[in-house]
Design a protein. Structure first.
Length: 307
């Protein structure tokens, strides 16, 4: 997706390096180390970067970690974990949103943030086109790229990335949240309809339900034919401009707003006892600008502070 190249660069430079250790207090600001050489890369302090290989594909993936402010002072506490796709831009944005929103008191529950980055040596476009899509039938605009590796990447998450995080950090395995935007939202829906228990909550942001003639709608129908419950908390957001139209902010063909509304309506019609599903259309936002406000609304919806 050509449009994605613009947003993918938002946070990449912020993770040029990593400093090991726990995170700073919620109101602290990241800054270059005092003894850093002039012109050195900016680093998000209190973050960690780990390599978690995929033994099946032979690819190396990185996970970015940010621990909550109370992590060191509450050694008996386990935390919910938010896993976010497209970590190169999304990780630093979500990290700062969580801290900013909680400055005047807890609005969002403290959580461990895990950024799922791209395969080492591949561009973000190549990695996400392959890993976040459920079938090899990609759009014509990117037909030369490999698609359809979503099921294999889902297996990698289940067998490698999640066990790594939960063996090294005080993560609560019963409170995993997956947040994905665009193709990342499509990946989240794929997991929701094939292995819903892998995460307890799913944030599907501007999800690419249009992919391969709305293949995901068929996956939902297949799940419904063989299951009577879908135990998950699902939150979807979409920008009001994500509809066909002449403005440059409109989508190029798919009515993504209608797709989200259709998915919500369909899921509610199933009357699954264990499912919570809701969506929001964020007016005056497009596929690029909707991400930060969508992230904020999502965190408040699926990880509200306990009163």
């Amino acid at each position: 997706m050509t449009i994605w190249k613009r947003i993918a660069g938002l946070g990449l430079v912020l993770l040029a390096g990593a400093v090991m250790g726990c995170s700073e207090p919620a109101d602290a600001q990241s800054s270059p180390a005092p003894d850093a050489a002039e012109g050195a890369p900016y680093v998000l302090t209190g973050t960690q970067v780990w390599t978690v290989p995929d033994p099946v594909s032979g690819r190396d993936y990185q996970v970015f970690i940010s621990l909550p402010a109370s992590y060191e002072t509450s050694p008996q506490r386990r935390y919910p974990v938010l896993y976010v796709t497209d970590a190169d831009y999304a990780f630093p944005i979500i990290r700062q949103i969580a801290r900013r929103v909680n400055l005047d008191g807890l609005v969002i529950e403290e959580f461990i943030l895990v950024g799922l980055s791209y395969s080492r040596g591949d561009s973000g476009t190549i990695s996400r086109n392959r890993d976040y899509t459920p079938t090899p039938n990609g759009p014509r605009s990117s037909s030369s790229m490999l698609h359809g590796g979503g099921p294999a990447y889902q297996t990698y998450l289940k067998t490698q990335a999640l066990p790594f995080v939960e063996s090294r950090f005080r993560a609560d395995p019963e409170r995993r949240v997956l947040l994905g935007h665009s193709y990342g939202g499509l990946l989240g829906a794929q997991i929701l309809f094939t292995d819903p228990g892998l995460f307890h909550a799913y944030v599907l942001g501007s999800p690419s339900f249009w992919y391969d003639k709305r293949h995901i709608m068929g996956m939902e129908a297949d799940y419904a034919r063989t299951h009577r419950d879908l135990p998950a908390d699902v939150f979807m957001y979409i920008g009001g401009w994500e509809v066909p139209g002449p403005d440059r902010r409109n989508t190029s063909g798919a009515d993504m707003v209608a797709d989200v509304r259709t998915m919500e309506r369909t899921l509610k019609s199933r009357a699954y006892p264990g499912l919570t599903v809701r969506s929001t259309v964020l007016t005056d936002e497009d596929h690029l600008t909707v991400a930060p406000i969508g992230f904020t609304r999502a965190l408040m919806a699926v990880l509200p502070a306990k009163r």
